[in-house]
Design a protein around this ligand. Structure first.
Ligand SMILES: [Zn+2]
Length: 422
């Protein structure tokens, strides 16, 4: 049933594609300094008001709420600011609201100068299960007319919210904090062939979890990383589905794990995630610009880990993937004229994915500038010969499609890699 729905949705999507503009991808990455910079930590606690029983709180992991103003009895304005600047347009927010009396309030969401509203509000009663705010309770102001990117966004928005003694969570994307990621990793490591270890600590001392799926002595390796950028939850959700399928109890996955071992860092930036940062780690740095300099503990930990695996096993990394989120689904690949340890793997994989998902046309942007390495994909390819790519999921891609795509991607990859590895 679910699959049928997905097929219909994709059929409609492909039917509309003639009129739908395609996301053209990000401009080339520029090399920047990656020595630590100060960040602005948000004040944490409950925001209360005179003559009002409404309380806002940012006192939890993953929160971002920097100020609230009471305009009148039932209207409030919230301010969301970034950890430092310059920063890209990914203003993330998350807070809780409650009040003694049942009531309806209007909340205007504003951002620091030049930032605009990007993430559609999601609501939750428990911080775990989310639903999108009903569109009748949502108003955008000064919306841009571009198809993608900052020019497509409104400057601010207004939400109408029904609140009461029960806590209401409001969040830019689902809250997938370091605690939740770690407990997902624990669940997966209940399998005898999965081990959860740490490869180091973040700047603020949080564990950098590593999942080993398969035999740690194997010479044939894959590297999977996710969530260098805190708000990029949809990329994380795709990574989860992908990794769960590599760890599944199917004949294909069992066969795959006999030949290959997958190493997964599910949360590259736990400090950024738990502090609600828009982009950077606790050192104020975009981790995905530090794969040439390695000034930050999170990127350094992965580098040391990969180096030690090569030294210990005398093996090879055949595939490297880094999951992100952006304006729409897109794959940033290494130009096919550059050959790694399994030439054309990525292109044959994406071709097969296109065949397996009815109406799906992967948006692929190859890149031949891989030095200096700067970003993880280039580091995996240039240093180890791993066939590498950035797997980007749109902010608003339907969650059931993300799951399905993650799952099919894993299956097709396993088949392609086994086929080449006789
Ligand atoms: Zn990203």
């Amino acid at each position: 049933m679910k699959h049928t729905l997905l097929t219909i949705t994709l059929f409609i999507a492909s039917f509309l594609q003639g009129q739908t503009p395609k996301f053209q991808g990000q401009p080339p990455v520029e090399r920047v300094a990656t020595e630590s910079k100060p960040t602005q930590m948000q004040w944490k606690g409950d925001f209360t008001f005179t003559d009002s029983d409404v309380i806002f709180s940012n006192n939890f992991e993953g929160a971002r709420l920097n100020g609230v103003l009471k305009n009148n009895d039932n209207t409030f304005t919230a301010l969301i600011t970034s950890e430092n600047t310059p920063v890209n347009m990914s203003p993330w927010y998350s807070f809780k609201i409650w009040s003694a009396q049942e009531q309806s309030i209007e909340l205007i969401l504003t951002y620091q100068e030049t930032a605009k509203h990007r993430y559609y509000p999601k609501l939750s009663k428990d911080g775990v299960n989310w639903s999108s705010l009903d569109s009748i309770n949502y108003t955008e102001y000064e919306k841009g007319d571009a198809d993608f990117g900052p020019g497509s966004l409104p400057v601010k928005i207004k939400m109408t919210l029904d609140i009461g003694p029960e806590v209401l969570w409001v969040s830019g994307q689902e809250l997938e904090t370091s605690t939740r990621v770690s407990s997902w990793a624990d669940t997966l490591s209940a399998n005898t062939f999965v081990q959860k270890t740490n490869i180091g600590k973040s700047e603020q001392g949080r564990d950098l979890n590593m999942l080993t799926i398969g035999d740690p002595a194997s010479k044939n390796m894959l590297i999977v990383i996710s969530r260098q950028h805190p708000p990029e939850v949809t990329g994380y959700l795709a990574m989860k589905a992908f990794v769960e399928n590599l760890s599944s109890d199917t004949k294909l996955a069992r066969k795959f794990r006999k030949k290959f071992t997958v190493y997964v860092v599910p949360l590259m930036n736990p400090d950024g995630v738990d502090n609600g940062h828009w982009r950077h780690n606790a050192g104020g740095i975009d981790l995905n610009r530090d794969w040439a300099n390695f000034n930050q503990p999170e990127t350094r930990a992965v580098k040391s880990f990969m180096e030690s695996k090569i030294k210990d096993t005398k093996g090879k990394f055949y595939f490297g993937i880094d999951f992100h989120s952006t304006w729409d689904d897109i794959y940033y690949t290494v130009d096919p004229k550059l050959k790694g340890n399994m030439p054309n793997l990525v292109y044959d994989w994406l071709d097969e994915l296109k065949k397996q998902i009815v109406g799906y046309d992967p948006n692929i942007k190859p890149n031949d500038q891989i030095e200096p390495t700067t970003v993880s994909r280039n580091y995996f390819f240039a240093t180890y010969g791993a066939e590498a790519l950035v797997f980007e999921i749109g902010d608003n891609t339907p969650r059931d499609f993300i799951k399905e795509k993650g799952k099919i991607s894993a299956n097709v990859l396993m088949k392609q890699m086994l086929k080449r590895f006789k």
